[in-house]
Design a protein around this ligand. Structure first.
Ligand code: PGA
Length: 251
């Protein structure tokens, strides 16, 4: 069993004043309890430097470009993240895929460049509701994983954590059932081991999609669930700290 990982995805939320309060609170909570699990916080890029300089939280970016530099107005590169000491990045979140039209080719390019720059990657994927209704979800996820990971070398797979986030469960209050989560996470593990042999066993697989302080215990106890990617509930200190406690208990 892997050490659990709780990852917060703040998305485009919180003002600087809020960050100044929330980040140190999470950090001192981690100092107070005996941490068995790991915590990462994915924040809007403008706050990364502030958090790095004012707490020892493990911070990450929510997006990254596939080139290291150049004429890409508004973008941030993996080498730039690395240069300020930010070691973690989220790639392939469904909001990037759906709203910003990032396809599997773009995601693969981002992933390869982030690996080249020695970043740790939290790679997200998940199926829309229509696909699940047609019972094509396992096939759909296999395809997303294969297209993203086909050029990754076995020795580099430890740089990756995967996050399964059924799109219909994100921010909707709907959570996948225990059976749905276990079916998918066992399937993802099977795909990883098929492609990367024993290296595939080392990769953590998180669940995301309306995971909160009331359902995290049941979700984190599912087979092949190594923690959670938490959106809405990570913005509230009480809820997020409870989720950390649960992950700690189960680690
Ligand atoms: P949610 O978001 O917890 O608010 O559903 C999860 C995510 O999008 O990462």
């Amino acid at each position: 069993m892997h050490k659990k990982l709780v990852a917060a995805n703040w998305k485009m939320n919180l003002l600087h004043e809020d960050v100044k309060q929330l980040a140190p609170k999470i950090h001192s909570f981690q100092e107070q309890i005996k941490m068995n699990c790991e915590v990462q916080i994915y924040v809007p890029s403008i706050y990364i430097d502030f958090i790095l300089n004012n707490s020892q939280l493990s911070v990450g970016a929510q997006n990254v470009h596939w080139e290291n530099k150049g004429a890409f107005t508004g973008e941030v590169s993996a080498s730039q993240l690395n240069s300020i000491g930010c070691k973690n990045v989220l790639i392939g979140h469904s909001e990037r895929r759906e709203i910003f039209k990032e396809d599997n080719t773009i995601i693969e390019r981002k992933l390869l460049n982030a690996i080249e720059n020695d970043l740790n990657i939290l790679l997200c994927f998940g199926e829309p509701f229509e696909i699940r209704e047609k019972k094509k979800h396992l096939e759909y996820i296999s395809n997303q994983i294969q297209l993203a990971l086909r050029k990754i070398k076995k020795e580099k797979i430890h740089k990756l954590t995967l996050a399964y986030e059924p799109i219909w469960a994100i921010g909707s209050g709907l959570t996948a059932t225990k059976d749905q989560i276990e079916e998918m996470h066992n399937h993802i593990r099977y795909e990883l081991v098929k492609q990367f042999s024993s290296f595939g066993d080392e990769v953590r697989i998180l669940y995301g999609g309306s995971c909160n302080d009331t359902n995290a215990r049941e979700i984190f106890a599912c087979s092949n669930v190594d923690g959670g990617l938490i959106g809405g509930a990570s913005l509230n200190f009480d809820k997020f700290s409870k989720i950390i406690e649960i992950a700690n208990d189960l680690s």
